[in-house]
Design a protein around this ligand. Structure first.
Ligand SMILES: O=C(O)CCC(=O)C(=O)O
Ligand SMILES: [Fe+2]
Length: 215
């Protein structure tokens, strides 16, 4: 197909305009990059909810593990923890809101993961979906939201190296992106990472969604 007649691929995210009305909060759409779809969102969480997530996870953080064997890896040097789904009322409320933003039922989510980065810590460029050689790819990830839980003094941007695009963390804001595309090239453009924090701390909450339910 000639480039000028190429049709846009179907997206999971279905919100139009500049606002998403969820059950308990109006979330603002500030910017969108169309293909691959990357959406910058504001007012996803209140300051109190951000503080609460940090408080609840603070004592449970351990060095992040990635991959099937879940070994400590230099790709991600942050500390992290997962909440159990339905762990408490705050988690239930936030999971519901994330689910309506992402337009995917809560049961498809890996659970909310909290990551904490201190100066020098980073998450090198990676894909959130599993490679076809990984058993987990049978029910692969299709979309991600990264919510910023605090303002970072310096550094810690979420960057997309293939798009020359980056997002600076701001408390309560989020970056959403999806990769359930037929076009392999589009999927691969969602390569992203968390740049090293230079000063201050960076706290984020991530939700990854799977194609099929996990529970
Ligand atoms: O910390 C960030 O900005 C990115 C986090 C991320 O890529 C992830 O949790 O999958
Ligand atoms: Fe990621």
């Amino acid at each position: 197909m000639a480039p000028d007649t190429k049709v846009k691929e179907q997206t999971i995210f279905n919100h139009k305009g500049n606002q998403i009305k969820t059950e308990d909060r109006d979330v603002n759409i500030l910017a969108r990059f169309e293909e691959p779809l990357i959406v910058i969102l504001d007012n996803v969480l209140s300051d109190e909810e951000c503080n609460e997530l940090i408080k609840m996870s603070k004592d449970k953080m351990e060095r992040s593990k990635i991959g099937v064997i879940r070994e400590v890896n230099q790709i991600r040097t942050s500390d992290g923890m997962f909440f159990q789904e339905n762990e408490n009322d705050t988690i239930i409320k936030i999971e519901k809101r994330i689910s309506s933003i992402m337009n995917i039922p809560v049961e498809h989510g890996d659970g909310i993961q909290i990551l904490k980065y201190t100066p020098g810590q980073e998450y090198k460029a990676h894909f959130d979906f599993f490679s076809s050689t990984n058993r987990a790819s049978i029910n692969n990830r299709i979309s991600t939201i990264v919510i910023y839980l605090n303002d970072v003094e310096h550094g810690g941007e979420t960057f997309f190296p293939k798009l020359n695009f980056s997002v600076s963390p701001k408390k309560g804001m989020a970056v959403y992106f999806e990769y359930f595309y037929n076009d392999k090239e589009l999927k691969e453009q969602t390569l992203h990472g968390g740049a090293p924090v230079i000063a201050g701390e960076k706290w984020v909450a991530t939700q990854w969604m799977r194609r099929q339910r996990l529970r």
